[in-house]
Design a protein around this ligand. Sequence first.
Ligand SMILES: NC(=O)c1ccc[n+]([C@@H]2O[C@H](COP(=O)([O-])OP(=O)(O)OC[C@H]3O[C@@H](n4cnc5c(N)ncnc54)[C@H](O)[C@@H]3O)[C@@H](O)[C@H]2O)c1
Length: 188
Amino acid sequence: MRIAVVGTGYVGLVAGTCFAETGHLVTCVDVDEAKVQTLRRGETPIYEPGLEELLGRNIAAERISFTADLPGAVRGAEVVFIAVGTPQGDDGNADLRVAMKVAHQIADAAERYTVIVNKSTVPVGTAARMQAEVTARTKVPIDVVSNPEFGSSSAPSATAPAGSSPSCTRRSCAPRAPSTSWTPPRPS
Ligand SMILES: NC(=O)c1ccc[n+]([C@@H]2O[C@H](COP(=O)([O-])OP(=O)(O)OC[C@H]3O[C@@H](n4cnc5c(N)ncnc54)[C@H](O)[C@@H]3O)[C@@H](O)[C@H]2O)c1
């Protein structure tokens, strides 16, 4: 599958590299041109054990590439992950402006059916809002789905409440299969 990942921070870079390692063709997009150049050389701006090795291997195999050209990456992808920052604002809510702007850019660039996967931390209801805004702009069908980043110790969930912090540390947030050991809380 051809995948684009927008945002090459802790979440986007690890996810994109793991997608490439599992055989997908991945284009990672970032507005930070210096970071794009660093990543093209196979150097990781973050510390994550084993990441640089995986990155180098997949760059060499031409399964992963880096660009600042978001429209180009979107046109070449079937699935586009959004992994940009959604920092907590003064009111405690996640600031969705960058994620929404990226969704608009994807809608403007898409030339055929595309799935937008939101991996950023967002409040409940964001997928519906993003879907409505994307549908209002796009000329092709686009579906928006949620795949938030959580550590394995947190309960499986499709969404996160506004302003919540995921119960994982930066070092423990590589994509994982859903935990099978989780049991739902007993009703009180
Ligand atoms: N880091 C974690 O451990 C962690 C864990 C769970 C959830 N999250 C959530 O995942 C999301 C991403 O977190 P992160 O830590 O990877 O963020 P980050 O700040 O490390 O990385 C974000 C990247 O997006 C890039 N970016 C910003 N605007 C852009 C744009 N318009 N187009 C393309 N790229 C753009 C930035 O240059 C940066 O490289 C956030 O919503 C965060 O809350 C992070």
